[in-house]
Design a protein around this ligand. Structure first.
Ligand code: PLP
Length: 367
């Protein structure tokens, strides 16, 4: 927490605005819009997952439709596809950004069209804060006229060619879950292009109530709106967002320094100047043939010193729950899962913490 969160929460109590509307929700939406893109319209919701679900509904995804989704991601990117009774088609990543591979994306679309089933939407992710290859992906989505949904849950503050992640498509998803770059304890938002889409989002998120004095419903609704208390935490967090990005990027710099002379360990960094990552998490890949130890050896060694690291996301096409879904790609995502590791990356890492990590790792390579 940054310090001013309680002030906004206190205001909500003082003015008795504790419901899922009120000045903090409007204020947080305004703060987010100003931050990502002045002309965007932001709707605050209960979670990033609910934002993804509503984006799919707005994109017209229905029973038995297919939706293309980046395989290398957290399950929350893919789960809402099944909430709609639609079927995910998973696509591999490319090696530079670890995100959706434009070549395999086009193959998946062509295969769907040949099968008389054009995919209804595409979900792309900016993994660990790294922007995806948006020029190529947007061009493909436009060429085939398929709705694009941007899962920017991990990438608030990241930019591609100077443009903020979450603003490239019709629907941009943000998350303020406990582990993200800023948190409201739990929450999310949908970044929309028009006021009309924002109002439709809020309508669906508040039980789809028709404009009538009594309770009347012509559509199925959801209870997905953010509360005014939670939004108060968000307003305070906005004041420390850029500071958090600076701290996460400093962590990445520390790991680059630590591993620069270790043959076989690559720190995940921006491929060119077009990309600016918030480095939500810092990650490495380990080439066991060169290092003589695997990512699992590193994980277990650091764990002995009570330092937690984790394997990268296990790709969705390898998950038991999605085993029957179609997959287009090679083994990029699979190899990342096999050889990749997320390192301690919190905004609150101290110099002392970094020293511990360094000592623990050096012990391992000099044994
Ligand atoms: C965290 C996350 C989500 C889900 O956000 P919640 O707010 O936890 O529902 C979706 N996609 C990705 C890639 C995430 O990391």
């Amino acid at each position: 927490m940054g310090g001013t969160e309680q002030k906004y929460v206190q205001e909500a109590f003082d003015t008795n605005w504790v419901a899922p509307l009120g000045p903090n929700v409007n204020g947080f939406e305004q703060d987010l819009a100003s931050y990502v893109e002045e002309d965007s319209k932001v709707a605050c919701l209960a979670s990033g997952t609910s934002a993804l679900h509503l984006a799919l509904i707005l994109a017209g995804v229905k029973l038995n439709d297919t939706v293309i989704c980046q395989s290398m991601t957290f399950s929350a990117s893919a789960n809402p596809i099944t909430y709609q009774g639609a079927e995910p088609i998973f696509v591999d990543s490319e090696k530079e950004t670890w995100n959706l591979c434009p070549n395999h994306l086009e193959k998946a679309i062509k295969a769907g069209i040949a099968n008389n089933k054009k995919p209804k939407a595409i979900i792309i992710v900016h993994l660990y804060g790294m922007p995806a290859k948006m020029d190529e992906i947007v061009a493909i989505a436009n060429k085939y006229e398929i709705a694009l949904i941007e899962d920017a849950a991990e990438a608030l503050g990241s930019t591609y060619k100077g443009q903020k992640c979450g603003t490239f498509c019709d629907y941009g998803v943000l998350s303020f879950n406990g582990n993200k770059i800023i948190t409201t304890s739990g929450g999310g938002a949908l970044v929309c292009k028009t006021e009309e889409t924002k109002q439709k989002t809020i309508f669906l998120a508040t039980q789809a109530r028709d404009n009538a004095p009594h309770y009347q419903h012509s559509e199925i609704g959801y209870n997905y709106r953010m509360s005014n208390i939670v939004a108060g935490i968000g307003r305070g967090q906005m004041e420390v967002l850029d500071k958090h990005i600076g701290l996460r990027r400093a962590n990445n710099q520390f790991y680059k320094e630590l591993f620069k002379d270790v043959d076989g360990i690559e720190v995940f960094v921006e491929p060119t100047k077009d990309y600016f990552s918030n480095h939500w998490l810092s990650c490495i890949t380990v080439d066991e043939k060169k290092t003589g130890f695997s990512r699992e050896n590193i994980r277990l060694k650091l764990l002995e010193d009570n330092i937690e690291t984790r394997p990268l996301w296990k790709p969705m096409h390898l998950q038991p729950v999605f085993k029957d879904c179609a997959y287009f790609g090679d083994s990029v995502a699979e190899d990342l899962f096999k050889n990749g590791l997320c390192l301690p990356s919190g905004s609150n890492l101290t110099d002392e913490d970094r020293d511990r990590i360094k000592t623990s790792f050096l012990k391992m390579i000099t044994k």
